[in-house]
Design a protein around this ligand. Structure first.
Ligand SMILES: [Fe+2]
Ligand SMILES: [Fe+2]
Length: 175
């Protein structure tokens, strides 16, 4: 129930943002898939997926840290139970691939993997981000290739199986 309300809240406030359309929706898709595979609490993973980049959407620094506090504010307003809010905050805090800490819950693992998998879904978004940051076309190809290599390294074997054929296709397209 809270997921539906939260989805409406997020899509009405941020639905026009490229990061919503080209990243968060894809993270939600993979979160659904992975929470079934890993028998994680789907509600926690999906709520965390909806809110995991709220810090980026609000253009805050250290979006993992700032994002978990923003998530808490929103979920408290929706009367979401405190202990569930803590679980969601944990997922958000540890969602980025560059965080070396071991993720101690299946929910946090699912979100982190879904966040990486989404990168392979939206190659057009990666080009968009590079161009809006003023990167030239040759450098863009190289940057995207490096980014996806980094993402691939941080996937577990289950996630690699999910995305392997798409990654192979992307590598053929990128020079
Ligand atoms: Fe993020
Ligand atoms: Fe993300």
């Amino acid at each position: 129930m809270v997921y539906k309300k939260l989805y409406e809240f997020m899509s009405s406030n941020y639905g026009k943002e490229p990061i919503w359309r080209y990243h968060i929706l894809s993270v939600i898709k993979y979160s659904k898939k992975l929470s079934s595979i890993w028998k994680a609490d789907k509600e926690i993973v999906l709520v965390a997926a909806l809110l995991h980049d709220i810090g980026r959407l609000k253009k805050l620094k250290q979006h993992n840290i700032s994002g978990q506090e923003e998530a808490k504010k929103i979920l408290t307003q929706l009367n979401y139970p405190k202990e569930k809010i803590e679980k969601v905050k944990y997922c958000i805090r540890l969602h980025s691939a560059n965080i070396k800490l071991k993720r101690k819950t299946p929910e946090a693992n699912c979100l982190a993997q879904a966040d990486i998998l989404s990168q392979f879904d939206n190659i057009d978004f990666l080009f968009f981000v590079a161009f809006t940051n003023g990167v030239n076309i040759e450098k863009t190809n190289q940057l995207i290739r490096q980014k996806l290599e980094y993402c691939w390294k941080h996937l577990d074997s289950t996630s690699k199986k999910i995305i392997n054929s798409k990654y192979e296709a992307i590598k053929k397209v990128l020079r």
